[in-house]
Design a protein around this ligand. Structure first.
Ligand code: ADP
Ligand code: MG
Length: 699
């Protein structure tokens, strides 16, 4: 774009809908980075809220830090460098100084920080203090304030914004600060005054000023409460509306329980169903045999036996002359289901059909012609199932496995096939019932809260950095017995690149050293999906011994021979995520192990001990929610769930109750929210939640 053109399109004064690119100090490159943070317009910038604040009350003088303490300090980098260690790990170290003293800060395995942190930079670092040739701070988190920050320690409140690759928190803060004064007057209130009054929260303009430029932490929290309240209010309104709507439109197929195929399967199974499976099946059958359309979410911990439940439901559809489809998020999972369900149904003379993107044209045509026939069929596939070209003549039931891996559109597209099929969504993310209802609105909920008997518990342990070589030796012993292992590194959005580098670096180190006589492969989210599938296939087939990976392996893959899950930087994971990862082992007859490796702060230790001491996904999820909040539970891709950017329905319990009351009042007086008084509210909701609104109608 030429400078002239740019000037021509740049409005004299920004409006809320001005693209950020045209704001002073932004430009195309930063605009691209802001887009990754969900910021497209000047107005979005206002809603990019600090996720943390620091002020003098949270910052400790360096001299006051003592071993064993948690602390946050601000100091200037007086020296820095990368140290190699005997174990091959490279450590970035910096010495920080403030008015009271100096402390060494150490980042193991992150030598590349040497390029982003310069001498004389001012850093804010939080972490645990330990003793290692003197006091040393182990950063849990750090922010580079650049060269000129001195204000924070002198009583100002520092707003810390979510940042992204190529756009530091500091630049973001600068941009927001530069435009705040001209943007604030453009914001007008959209919540009714009495709603604000009864909730006791400030107006939107005041709240924006308070969260971005607070004069005290208390003020920042007050502003935050308003923004959290409005999110909770909107979501409550959406649910109540969705419920009202669904009461009218949910007519579906009425299946008849003929006890033909299902009875045969029950007789053929090598095990008896658990009490929970039997109960859940009754719930599902009741739905399917009523003329209401089923829209049910089945939650069950890893290994709780969801697949066989789905198979019973699919057989019920088939014995009524319908087709049933099971959609899985990856080709590998689809193939896995195709194999295991195929074996399960062989005695019944039923052969499933596999439909994935990599089918050859001829095979694909055969599948298409079988689906076009009006005969019962059981189809297993990936999102290829929902592509336009795939036509079902009599689709009666749709099952979506690992449903949180799919976008709303994909689930909807599948449910829209055929004649309003019943829908069963399955997930291993075990969240408390009340929260599930908040998140998933009018879906009915079934819970598998019992695991099949006879599972060997997975031995789980947390080991310090000092035990690294012993841990690696142990893994090697397991490999020597012919088993396979996963080694997992975290990926966090804020510093995704950094963590990927950690996985990549460690892959090289492990392949060259501890596992040099083994076949080692690297798997991460930036690989093209066919490459990922290819690597997973080789691991499944035993052609790879050690898989060094990021959390991409989380989803229900089943490699019975894998007996070790080694997780580094365990403090960076949500407990539920750790639990999902642990679920990747313990699938065969052999004793399996999950080892968390790293020196963690006492806080993290408390949290991780809950995980180490429990194998109950629900208990772990509940603890995780209480300790860390929602975002962490879902990781980065919980698509379709109306996301809370500010609110946390569990922690903000009181606000959530107030929001529910307010939503009920609003809808009681104005069920469609179409009175002129509610027009601004309706407009904002429409804009913000157009996609989420769709969620509540699965088909
Ligand atoms: P998930 O809920 O994680 O998808 P799966 O459906 O893959 O779990 O089941 C895990 C394993 O448990 C499978 O090997 C399955 O055959 C087995 N299984 C399921 N139900 C039972 C049961 N009632 N008794 C014994 N084993 C079972
Ligand atoms: Mg599964």
């Amino acid at each position: 774009m030429t400078p002239d053109k740019r000037d021509a399109t740049r409005p004299a004064k920004p409006r809320l809908d001005t693209p950020v690119m045209y704001l002073k100090g932004v430009g195309p490159v930063r605009a691209e980075a802001l887009k990754r943070l969900g910021v497209a317009t000047a107005g979005d910038l206002l809603y990019h809220i600090p996720h943390r604040y620091e002020d003098a009350s949270t910052i400790a003088p360096i001299s006051s830090l003592e071993t064993g303490m948690q602390g946050t300090v601000i100091g200037t980098v007086v020296s820095k460098g990368v140290l190699p260690t005997r174990k091959g790990l490279r450590i970035f170290q910096a010495v920080l100084r403030d008015d009271t003293g100096m402390i060494e800060v150490s980042w193991p395995g992150q030598p590349y920080l040497d390029r982003t942190i310069a001498k004389d930079d001012v850093l804010l670092v939080s972490g645990a203090v330990r003793f290692f040739h003197g006091r040393q701070l182990q950063p849990r988190e750090y922010v580079n304030l650049g060269k000129d920050d001195s204000g924070t320690a002198k009583g100002r409140v520092l707003s810390v914004y979510p940042a992204t690759e190529g756009l530091s928190f500091k630049v973001i803060r600068g941009i927001i600060d530069a435009h705040l004064d001209e943007l604030l007057p453009l914001v007008s209130e959209y919540l009714p005054r009495d709603v604000l009054r009864s909730a006791g929260v400030p107006t939107i303009g005041d709240a924006m000023r308070m969260v971005h430029r607070p004069t005290s932490l208390a003020e920042a929290l007050e502003g935050r409460a308003r923004l959290a309240f409005e999110e909770l209010l909107f979501v409550q309104l959406l649910h109540l509306r969705a419920k009202a709507l669904s009461r009218d439109v949910r007519r579906g197929i009425r299946f008849e329980n003929k006890r033909a195929l299902t009875t045969q399967l029950r007789a053929q199974l090598p095990f008896t169903l658990t009490g929970a499976q039997a109960r859940v099946l009754r719930e599902i059958f009741a739905d399917m045999c009523s003329d209401r359309r089923m829209q049910r979410l089945l939650q069950g911990d890893v290994g709780s036996g969801k697949t066989v439940v789905a198979v019973f439901a699919m057989l019920l559809a088939m014995e009524n002359g319908y087709q049933a489809a099971l959609m899985a998020p990856t080709e590998l999972l689809a193939e896995q289901h195709y194999g295991s369900i195929g074996r399960m149904l062989a005695p019944l003379g039923i052969e499933p059909i596999l439909l994935t993107g990599s089918l050859k044209t001829k095979a694909r045509r055969e599948v298409a012609s079988r689906l076009a026939e009006a005969t019962p069929a059981l189809v297993i596939g990936t999102h290829a199932l929902v592509q336009q070209a795939t036509e079902f003549s009599r689709l009666g039931l749709v099952v979506v496995d690992e449903q949180h891996r799919f976008g709303v559109e994909q689930r909807k597209a599948l449910a829209a096939k055929g004649e309003l099929p019943d829908v069963l969504l399955m997930t291993a993310t075990p969240i408390p019932r009340s929260l599930a209802l908040t998140l998933y609105g009018d879906l009915d909920l079934s819970v598998l809260d019992e695991r099949p008997p006879g599972r060997q518990p997975i031995t789980t342990a947390l080991r310090p950095e000092a035990a690294r070589s012993r841990v690696l030796e142990f893994v090697n012993q397991q490999l020597g017995l012919g088993r396979q292992a996963y080694v997992v590194y975290p990926v966090i959005d804020e510093s995704e690149k950094t963590d990927l580098k950690a996985a990549t670096t460690m892959f090289e180190i492990l392949a060259a050293d501890a596992f040099r006589s083994r076949r080692v492969a690297l798997l991460h989210g930036r690989l093209p999906s066919d490459e990922k599938d290819a690597i997973m296939r080789r691991f499944r087939d035993g052609d790879i011994d050690v898989l060094v990976a990021t959390t991409v392996i989380e989803v229900g893959i089943d490699v019975a021979n894998a007996s070790v899950m080694l997780i580094e930087h365990p403090e960076r994971f949500g407990l539920s995520q750790l639990h999902q990862l642990r679920g990747r082992v313990g699938r065969g007859a052999e004793q399996s192990y999950c080892v968390l490796l790293g020196d963690v702060s006492p806080d993290s230790r408390l949290r991780l001990d809950i995980f180490v001491g429990s194998d109950d996904g629900f208990e772990i999820a509940r603890a995780d929610l209480q300790l860390r909040g929602m975002g962490d539970l879902f990781g980065e891709r919980q698509s379709g769930v109306p996301t809370f950017r500010v609110a946390d329905p569990l922690r903000d319990e009181l606000l959530n109750e107030q929001a529910r009351d307010a939503a009920q009042h609003l809808l009681a007086a104005d069920p469609e929210l179409d009175s002129p008084a509610n027009a601004p509210l309706r407009a904002v909701m429409g804009e913000r939640y157009a996609r989420s609104l769709e969620l509540f109608r699965v088909g």
